[in-house]
Design a binder for this molecule. Structure first.
Ligand code: NAD
Length: 260
């Protein structure tokens, strides 16, 4: 389906981003990887994508807090592949503290990476998509784009913001062949969530597995983690012809979290 198209996934060296890049590659898309991590591990992942799926894959180390690096990454993708057709805004970080204890630098970093970077990528990528009359923009938001939790002021603000940004882009691009949607996962067991579980186990003195179950049952009627591959599969569907008129939506994939 995506053969000959190019997808860029921000923050695709780990977790949901990596699984989404793999799902898009399995569907035939060429891939621009992005994110931080060990150079050799990233190179193994990049060349592995090429071998496993018979596509071309490149890697950009652009820092999502730096607008100039973001613009250069979009330009490099268009230059290398001839176009950027699928943009997945996924890079994200977390910090957990009450607002009075929340460091201002953490607020700035979370807003920059989890929200503003999506403005900068779309700002640079959408002119080409409109010109070619085809594009898919997928923003990885969160259940926290729709409802709040204590101690996550910056994350919840950024994720609500990205759901709003999604709607505006969808309306503006509605008749140009470009769709823009958000995916709102509940708990997905990735390094971002594992750290929260480990911190809770340290604070409570309880086994990690106990804290895992507690974390799930506090929020989700379904006591299972969503798999990163499930989010990849939803992203592939949003790129399909069947999804051509789905735009401006916020898709929950959250074990019933926001149904309550
Ligand atoms: P993760 O920690 O496994 O991956 C985060 C990725 O972002 C990594 O590739 C990392 O290198 C990259 N990154 C971080 N800062 C960056 C920067 N400044 N520039 C470029 N890349 C940067 O996390 P994850 O759980 O896979 O999260 C991915 C996205 O999914 C995030 O936006 C997160 O908010 C969202 N999400 C996660 C969950 C969950 O339960 N894990 C739930 C809902 C939403």
């Amino acid at each position: 389906m995506l053969k000959g198209k190019t997808a860029l996934v921000t923050g695709s060296t780990s977790g949901i981003g990596l699984a989404t890049a793999r799902a898009l590659a399995a569907d035939g898309a060429n891939i621009m990887l992005n994110g931080f991590g060990d150079k050799d591990v990233i190179e193994k992942e990049r060349s592995g994508l090429e071998k496993e799926f018979g596509i071309k894959a490149l890697y950009s180390p652009a820092d999502m807090t730096k607008p100039a690096e973001i613009a250069a990454m979009i330009a490099a993708t268009e230059k290398a592949f001839g176009a950027l057709d699928v943009l997945v805004n996924n890079a994200g970080i977390q910090h957990v503290a009450n607002i009075e204890d929340f460091p201002a630098e953490k607020w700035d970093a979370i807003i920059a990476i989890n929200l503003s970077s999506a403005f900068h990528t779309i700002h640079a990528a959408i002119p080409g998509m409109k010109q070619r009359k085809w594009g898919r923009i997928i923003n990885i938001a969160s259940a926290h784009g729709l409802v709040a939790s204590a101690q996550k002021v910056a994350y919840v603000a950024a994720k609500h913001g990205i759901v709003g940004l999604t709607k505006v882009v969808a309306i503006e691009a509605a008749n140009g062949g470009v769709t823009c949607n958000a995916i709102c996962p509940g708990w997905v067991l990735t390094p971002l969530v594992q750290k929260q579980i480990d911190d809770r186990a340290k604070a409570s003195g309880k086994p990690v597995r106990d804290e895992e179950i507690k974390l799930l049952s506090e929020k989700q009627p379904m006591h299972s983690f969503t798999k990163p591959e499930g989010i990849g599969a939803l992203a592939v569907f949003l790129c399909s012809e069947g999804a051509a008129t789905i735009t401006g939506s916020a898709y929950s994939i959250d074990g019933g979290w926001v149904a309550q």
